[in-house]
Design a protein around this ligand. Structure first.
Ligand code: GTP
Ligand code: K
Ligand code: MG
Length: 472
């Protein structure tokens, strides 16, 4: 038996192996290796037969190298480096998924000299080390493996495809150009052969870059919401049907529904997939005054949760709009929310008139002038499609739209380095001499390189790769 230490994992010349498909009984399990002894491992398990042609699946009988005991008849794939996921020699065994087959093959691999079990994320880490993936692409891969909604999958795939790293590399190129202008002026400023206006050209490039960075940073929260879920809070006066709506949207009996006003007291939150976006949906107590201590505490919690909302679903009983609790909700919650500008990153509100089934077909609901709203019935389901459509628009606004929008910044790390780059460009503008200006441009470019390449710091890499499972 061999043992592995984490220090050993940093030496890239070792060969690693792991089960890459999920744990538990399944039809087919994928076991793979990466490293220079992959070819030896393949020969050892296939009774020294020639490896199959590169990247072509072949059926082979696998045997334990020491006992010769047959283990499984399986598909094997041989990926000689550098044309492999990690850039190293790799082998994939597609074995039958029974636990005894999987453990037998893993044990057999462990007995091959030079092989040891892989650590979490180690395959991907090797791919990064061999320049197969940039750091933002690695993050995209981690997001793809974790993606639970359609929007998350789209975003992850775009990041894995390198959109964010290409954007950063384009910006870094612009900086290199600006730096070349400044350095040319430092070296040949007095020279007549130097093109006129090189410093002005550098200034122009930098100003354009500042605008681009600024607009991406303004959207920074969006990508993070897309990973962690947008906060959608349901609020309104008692008995408007808030809990009924939460149960309908989450397709689960999350909250108690009853004809008694003041049923919901605690904030009840549930993660849901709404129109393809990840959402943390909160049900809250009905807002009213002059009530017992427990319900009052519920109202306090409801107001607190409301402050954290990205999107607010304000629910009113369409058959009860003239009541004091409906009017008070319109005056104290709806009107102030509509007064704030939504473009400046403010909270977004959808006003819903529930219980439309109680309205008679010919009589108007009421004579109060209402802000824009949607009619809905939690009992009949009428209006639900329009609500989901409207929610999708709002969610795309707060999470970013991964089908069409620009590449999103999904990590605090992305925001940090872009802000660092922007700050350095500020220093460039203020620099009193050319040597300082050039240094500011180099600093700005370093920030962009850190974003895609990690800047060589092991702690950052550890943090990113710890998100992966063993076998990836
Ligand atoms: N007719 C009709 N009744 C509804 C509809 N939606 C909810 N109700 C009823 O209205 C009552 C209150 O519903 P809830 O979902 O408990 O209302 P709530 O806003 O969560 O109430 P609190 O938690 O007490 O503030 C229940 O009796 C529901 O069955 C609807 O669309 N039409
Ligand atoms: K109720
Ligand atoms: Mg309720």
């Amino acid at each position: 038996a061999r043992c592995s230490t984490s220090a050993e994992s940093l030496v890239p010349s070792s060969t690693i192996f792991a089960l890459s498909s999920g744990q538990g009984r399944c039809a087919i399990a994928v076991i793979r290796t990466s490293g220079p002894a992959s070819g030896l491992a393949l020969r050892s398990l296939t009774a020294l037969q020639e490896p199959p042609p590169a990247r072509r699946a072949c059926l082979r009988l696998l045997r334990h190298p020491c006992s010769g005991e047959p283990l499984d008849r399986s598909l094997v794939l041989w990926f000689p480096g550098p044309q492999s996921f990690t850039g190293e020699d790799c082998v994939e065994f597609h074995v039958h998924g029974g636990p005894a087959v999987v453990s037998g093959v893993l044990q057999a691999l462990g007995s091959v000299p030079g092989l040891r079990p892989a650590e979490a994320g180690e395959f991907t880490r090797r791919a990064f080390a061999h320049g197969k993936l940039s750091l933002t692409e690695v993050e995209g891969l981690a997001d793809l493996i974790r993606a639970e909604t359609e929007a998350q999958r789209r975003q992850a795939l775009r990041q894995l495809d390198g959109e964010l790293s290409q954007l950063c590399q384009g910006w870094a190129k612009t900086l290199t150009k600006a730096l070349a202008y400044v350095e040319a002026y430092i070296d040949f400023g007095e020279d007549d052969n130097l093109e006129e206006g090189v410093l002005e050209q550098a200034d122009r490039e930098v100003r354009a870059l500042e605008v681009a960075l600024g607009s991406h940073l303004r959207d920074a929260r969006r990508g993070q919401r897309l990973l962690s879920g947008a906060n959608v809070v349901v609020t309104g006066p008692p008995n408007a049907g808030k809990s009924s709506l939460v149960n309908l949207l989450s397709q689960k009996p999350v909250s108690i529904v009853s004809p008694e006003p003041g049923t919901t007291r605690d904030v009840l939150e549930t993660p849901v997939d709404l129109a393809g976006f990840p959402v943390l949906l909160s049900d809250t107590a009905g807002l009213r005054e002059g009530i017992g201590a427990v319900e009052q505490e519920g109202v306090r919690r409801a107001r607190h949760r409301l402050e954290q909302a990205d999107i607010i679903l304000g629910v009113l009983d369409a058959s009860d709009l003239a009541s004091s609790s409906s009017c008070s909700f319109l005056d104290t919650v709806v009107t102030p929310l509509l007064a704030q500008s939504q473009d400046s990153g403010g909270q977004r509100l959808l006003l819903l008139l529930n219980k439309s089934d109680l309205l008679s077909a010919n009589a108007p609901a009421c004579d109060i002038a209402l802000p824009p709203h949607l009619l809905l019935s939690c009992h009949t389901g009428a209006g639900m499609d329009s609500l989901l459509q409207a929610l999708k628009t709002e969610l795309a606004a707060v999470c970013g739209d991964p089908s069409t929008g620009p590449p999103l910044l999904t990590r605090v790390r992305h925001q940090y380095h872009l802000q660092g780059c922007l700050d350095a460009l500020g220093h460039y503008q203020l620099a009193t001499d050319l040597a300082l200006a050039a240094e500011a441009l180099r600093q700005a470019r370093r920030q962009l390189n850190h974003l895609t390449g990690g800047g060589g710091t092991e702690e950052i890499l550890d943090l990113i790769f710890q998100d992966f499972c063993v076998g990836k």
